[in-house]
Design a protein around this ligand. Structure first.
Ligand code: SF4
Length: 434
């Protein structure tokens, strides 16, 4: 993490009203606080009873430098930055880029971007803006080689470039207009057009995408998906703690998919389930959770609640996964990718999204879950709104439902702990059968 004079100039130029010295001081302080946050969280992970050196690779990725330049050095490819998982990463990879879904769970970074932004906004987006400002716009990576690929998912994503611009940061953006009705022919045809538009865009600054390079990239990400699934299965069997699973999933975009897959496959299941009798096994749904903001994950564990599955876009849904291609022509693969990333996506920004509830109910049966903890980041309207309808349906189906609304700050930890303890008591003392 480095201070960048460009930012100082940009802040000055945009007359945000912060004197130069103060700007530098704010940047320095935020950098130090972000570093301390990461170190504190890595230390608490290293002190866990179930820590093992097999997690070091993932801890190093999550605790290391995460600028596009660092990603490029690590992967040997220019980073194409993403905020959501709707743009087919296989296509981006096949053009020679490293698809880098940028995310941040840093409280320090949210405060860095506090000036000039709405008071109540998605903390994840705010933290990403903070991270961009902190690492410095265009420091080494030209916007041409490191574009942003932004599907129009939620309003915060749609307004993201505008918010960056208000800090004087310009970026090369490729928009993908996301049809929010996905089950109709019109939406699917429209999305396929957008995916071909992305291909064209990528080929203007990257390599030409051919059938072979695309098939190779599909295979690489299929392998990664299988490795993630193996870990998800281990978590269902309580052979890996949820905290480790989320750390591993959250590190996915920080290195080459091949290296990450190899490391993920080398994780051995713990010899004994980490939980004792009487744990409550739940499904974790809602807004994403990114390192170092593992507050809720630690509280769940501390209060005896075991997360056995999730559908977070930072967890099991970190990337859409296996692609079924009957037609292996270039058109066939691109069509299959478009379908997988559109119809298969469970993001609450879609209107026809019944599959999301069905997925949770299916987990209830197959993984023996009895509750759902629904995480809402303050300012994340899509998940906030979705929680209302989902709560009723899941309760009717006999699942204990708890909605937790929070942000990256730690002040509400005690309050959350009390609520989680009360929720835990509703499960009684019995242990669910696996
Ligand atoms: S869906 Fe929620 S968490 Fe994701 S970017 Fe939008 S507001 Fe933020």
């Amino acid at each position: 993490m480095n201070l960048n004079l460009n930012l100082k100039m940009n802040l000055e130029d945009k007359e945000i009203g912060i004197p130069t010295e103060r700007t530098l001081k704010i940047l320095k302080k935020a950098s130090e606080r972000a570093k301390a946050e990461v170190e504190k969280n890595l230390k608490s992970l290293a002190e866990r009873e179930d820590y093992s050196p097999q997690f070091d690779y993932f801890m190093k990725l999550c605790g290391g430098e995460q600028t596009p330049e660092a990603i490029e050095r690590r992967t040997g490819r220019s980073a194409a930055r993403l905020l959501c998982i709707q743009a087919p990463i296989e296509l981006i990879h096949a053009a020679g880029f490293h698809p880098y879904k940028i995310a941040s769970g840093s409280q320090a970074m949210t405060s860095l971007a506090a000036h000039g932004l709405p008071a109540l906004m998605c903390p994840m987006i705010r933290a990403v803006i903070g991270a961009v400002l902190e690492s410095g716009p265009g420091s080494g990576t030209s916007p041409v080689t490191s574009p942003w690929i932004l599907p129009t998912t939620c309003d915060w994503v749609a307004k993201f470039p505008e918010m960056l611009r208000s800090f004087g940061v310009e970026n090369r953006i490729h928009w993908m207009e996301l049809p929010h009705l996905k089950d109709g022919d019109a939406g699917q045809a429209r999305w396929l057009e957008e995916v071909f538009g992305l291909k064209k865009f990528l080929e203007t600054s990257g390599a030409k995408i051919g059938r072979k390079s695309l098939a190779d990239s599909v295979r690489i990400y299929d392998d990664a998906w299988r490795a993630l699934n193996r870990l998800a299965k281990m978590r269902r069997e309580e052979r890996i703690a949820n905290v480790w699973f989320m750390l591993i999933a959250g590190s996915f975009f920080l290195d080459s998919p091949e290296r990450w897959t190899e490391a993920a496959l080398s994780i051995a299941p713990s010899s004994a389930p980490p939980s004792g009798p009487g744990r409550a096994r739940v499904f974790l749904a809602g807004s994403p959770i990114f390192f170092p903001n593992f507050k809720l994950l630690h509280l769940l564990e501390d209060t005896g609640i075991t997360v056995a599955a999730d559908d977070l876009c930072s967890g099991e849904r970190v990337f859409p996964g296996a692609v079924a291609c009957k037609d292996t022509s270039e058109f066939g693969i691109i069509s299959a990718l478009a379908q997988r990333y559109h119809q298969g996506c469970l993001c609450p920004t879609f209107i026809d999204n019944d599959r999301r509830v069905n997925g949770i109910l299916c987990e209830k049966r197959t993984a023996g879950l009895r509750g759902v903890v629904f995480h809402v980041l303050k300012g994340c309207h899509p998940y906030d709104l979705e929680s209302l309808g989902i709560e009723r349906i899941l309760k009717e189906r006999g699942l204990r439902f708890l909605r937790i609304e929070t942000d990256y700050a730690s002040e509400d930890s005690q309050n959350l702990r009390t609520r989680l303890e009360a929720y835990r008591r509703t499960f009684g003392g019995e242990r669910d059968e696996l």
